[in-house]
Design a binder for this molecule. Sequence first.
Ligand code: NI
Length: 159
Amino acid sequence: MLILRMLPRAALIPCYYVVRMSALSRIGVAIDSALLEKFDKLIARRGYTNRSEAFRDLIREELVEEAWESPDAHVVGTVTLVYDHHVRLLSEKLTGIQHDFHHSILSTLHVHLDHDTCLEVMVVRGKAAVVRRVADVLISTKGVKHGRLTITTTGQELK
Ligand code: NI
């Protein structure tokens, strides 16, 4: 503190950002031994080297899911589609939908998986309600074999 007081006011500004770093809290959780054993096996299979990071990821997952429940929340995600491009007018239809929602679709990756099958991954961003609508319209298009909306986060709210 003595050093800080001796510095001119302008020199203190960078210190503000250091102080803003989130503090670490330790918590104790009572958990059934059999359940904990299953959890430890699960996180080991997933490659976690300690429980803390696994718990943190579970909490983050729930927070991201909850953010998506709020229609006005600003969200980011991906829509994955698998379809047969020989289905009449399907490619044109999917392209038309993407143009209709061009404000929400940032980028599209198209992979020709084999002679018939295409895989498309679209990065979507915007209000949760709009992004869900884009995904629903694309995935429910007749001829799409499989589609999935993966929800994630801009990361700004999470530590
Ligand atoms: Ni293709």
